[in-house]
Design a protein around this ligand. Structure first.
Ligand code: F6P
Length: 359
């Protein structure tokens, strides 16, 4: 590799495990006598390179166990690619020039980007413009192609699991149906894994638009059997067969998926008479310390990113396939959503466990 320095940034919405990846990169780089420069606030840091700082094994000690990102992040900042001819994402020449100059200023030979689909799309644009970029797949949604799992997902599943268990005791006390709305964007990985892990009765996911009448029949049947409580895990992107995905406005004027939990609450309550309540787990799924799995995976991802940089394997994304850490072409991974396929094992197993999926 021409330079003796690596750059690193964390882009997009945060999740647990970002600091574990940073730690993995810093330690593996140090063993190869490579210095690491951390850019602040995601890609925005490339526009303000004076804020970049040197990361060492000493000043990153202990961070693998912590949530958030020590570098800060920006969601949908100025580096979000615009739609170009044919709807293809493009990054302006000015931004590419600014990124190149920030890397040159810090004598960075390769940039490691920790990001979800949107941020990795930007990474691909930079790679196509000739910058030496390596991606690391981050998201609680687990929706990135070319990897079986993203870091942050396991921690989010464990948050959903705890929430289901905590809701069950209050649901049992009051003979209620409790609806838990969880994140996941347009995929149901988080809802499904959380429902299986927590032992929920119902999981509604975007990949299977649910039949309202069938849901009502299922709840009435549980009533007839004398079941005291029911827990439904509902993905934020789920929708009724007859309806659309629901969205809500944020305080900054953007819109995000959300509201389907409250919809299911009122549907069930009005048509069955069963006392029902809903709650939204929200950013509790993203915050806090990573699970042991995400600490291990994150650090392994970091080590692999350094191996790729040292071998000059740019335009690649670290990935996890069939139980091993490996890598894939960034171009194959981005722009393709990894959804829960109709024949996927987790769906089949959820059905076999008696979890109702709204079919
Ligand atoms: O992509 C991660 C994610 O947490 C989604 O599950 C969720 O829809 C979205 O980000 C929330 O974004 P924000 O933090 O901007 O509200």
């Amino acid at each position: 590799m021409p330079a003796t320095r690596l750059g690193i940034l964390t882009a997009g919405g945060d999740c647990a495990g970002l600091n574990a990846v940073i730690r993995g990169v810093v330690c593996a780089a140090a063993q190869r006598q490579l210095e690491v420069v951390g850019f602040a606030e995601g890609y925005e840091g490339l526009l303000d390179p004076s804020r970049a700082r040197t990361l060492t094994p000493e000043n990153t000690r202990g961070i693998a166990a912590t949530g958030g990102t020590i570098l800060g992040s920006t969601n949908k900042g100025r580096f979000q690619p615009r739609r170009g001819p044919g709807g293809q994402p493009v990054l302006s020449d000015a931004l590419v020039r600014a990124a190149r100059s920030a890397l040159e200023q810090h004598r960075v030979g390769a940039l490691v980007v920790l990001g979800g689909d949107g941020s990795l799309r930007t990474a691909l644009q930079l790679a196509r413009a000739g910058l030496h970029v390596i991606g690391v797949p981050k998201t609680i949604d687990n929706d990135i192609d070319s990897t079986d799992v993203t870091f942050g997902f396991d921690t989010a599943v464990s948050r959903v699991t705890s929430a289901v268990e905590e809701l069950r005791t209050t649901a049992e006390s009051h003979r209620r149906l409790m609806v838990l709305e969880v994140m996941g964007r347009h995929t149901g990985w988080l809802a499904l894994h959380g429902a299986v892990s927590g032992g929920a009765d119902i999981a509604l996911i975007p990949e299977i638009p649910f039949d309202g009448d069938s849901l009502i029949r299922m709840v009435k049947e549980a009533d007839r059997r004398g079941q005291r409580s029911l827990i439904a895990v509902v993905a934020e992107g789920a929708r009724a067969r007859t309806g659309r995905q629901m969205r809500r406005q944020t305080s900054t004027g953007d819109s995000r998926l959300g509201g389907i939990g409250a919809f299911v609450e009122s549907l069930v309550a009005s048509r069955t008479g069963r006392e029902t309540r809903s709650c939204t787990l929200g950013h509790l799924q993203r915050g806090g310390p990573p699970t042991a799995f995400d600490r291990v995976l994150g650090q392994q991802f970091g080590v692999r990113a350094v191996d790729l940089a040292a071998d000059g394997m740019f335009g690649r994304m670290v990935s996890y396939r069939f139980g091993s850490v490996t890598d894939a072409a960034l171009a194959d991974a981005v722009g393709r959503r990894r959804s829960v396929a109709p024949d996927s094992q987790i769906l089949r197993h959820a059905r076999a466990l008696g979890i109702y999926l709204g079919e």
